[in-house]
Design a protein around this ligand. Structure first.
Ligand code: MG
Length: 260
């Protein structure tokens, strides 16, 4: 069932997602060689509690941590650990909060120190894919317009899209309908209406689109062990176009030009 949100609900989702932004900004500022992902997880959990929220992922289907931290070939759902980050790594941080019964959800991939030009281009393209997808999140468009924008840009730049995981509606549940694929499958999907709130989250791979799950039961890695990047924003469809809930008005990136 598709749940369209009222103005009041979008206001709460906005608050939740601005916390997500603040936590991710703090984590990003901490990222450097030598830091462990467990240290990041502790900071994220502390901040979540200070904001009177609850970590959305912890306990979700048994996931053990506040953050999903995925390094290099890890695509999503990596578990924070004592593994230290190294110069040249990339780290995807996915973070969600439950705040006043509503969920905020966003992700970012961060370079650790100096990274190779190839991997920097992957990050840039993945972020552009997210921006281009968001621009399609307009009333009257269909879900597949978002998918097509993401897929086209990634493939034109020579990358592939993970097919097994997708974006989703978000609200009183972390994952709501509709599914927001990062590639075009059959049909156009539902038509987008004001009040629909979507977490849009392309996962872009350097090599093959094929992924496997490690023995821990969570960590998804690329089959060829090449790098993968993940960016996510929660976005409300409004009468006036897409509103990126997980980005403050002052934090507009040129990638998202045209969005509020
Ligand atoms: Mg998500």
């Amino acid at each position: 069932m598709i749940h369209l949100k009222s103005r009041q609900e979008i206001d709460i989702l906005r608050e939740a997602n601005l916390i997500v932004h603040e936590v991710l900004a703090k984590l990003k500022s901490m990222c450097q060689p030598g830091l462990t992902t467990l240290e990041l997880d502790h900071v994220a959990e502390d901040m979540t509690r200070k904001f009177r929220g609850r970590p959305a992922f912890k306990g979700y289907h048994g996931f053990p941590a506040t953050l999903c931290t995925s390094i290099n070939e890890e695509v999503v759902h990596g578990i924070p650990s004592k593994r230290a980050l190294k110069e040249g790594d990339i780290l995807s941080i996915d973070y969600g909060i439950c705040f006043r019964d509503y969920y905020g959800d966003a992700a970012v991939t961060v370079p650790i120190g100096k990274i190779s030009d190839d991997v920097a281009f992957l990050l840039k393209t993945a972020q552009e894919c997210l921006g281009l997808g968001i621009r399609q999140a307009m009333a009257g468009n269909h879900v597949a317009d978002i998918s097509a924008a993401i897929q086209t840009h990634a493939e034109v730049q020579g990358f592939s899209l993970v097919k097994e995981f997708s974006g989703h509606g978000v609200g009183r549940s972390l994952h709501e309908e509709p599914v927001v694929l990062n590639y075009v499958a059959n049909g156009r999907g539902i038509q987008l209406k004001p009040g629909l709130v979507l977490a849009i989250e392309p996962m872009v791979n350097q090599g093959t689109d094929k992924v496997v799950v490690l023995k821990d039961g969570w960590t998804v890695v690329t089959k060829d062990r090449k790098c993968s990047a993940h960016f996510e924003h929660s976005v409300a469809i409004t009468e006036d176009g897409p509103l990126i809930l997980s980005l403050p008005p002052s934090g507009e990136s040129p990638v998202f030009g045209g969005c509020r």
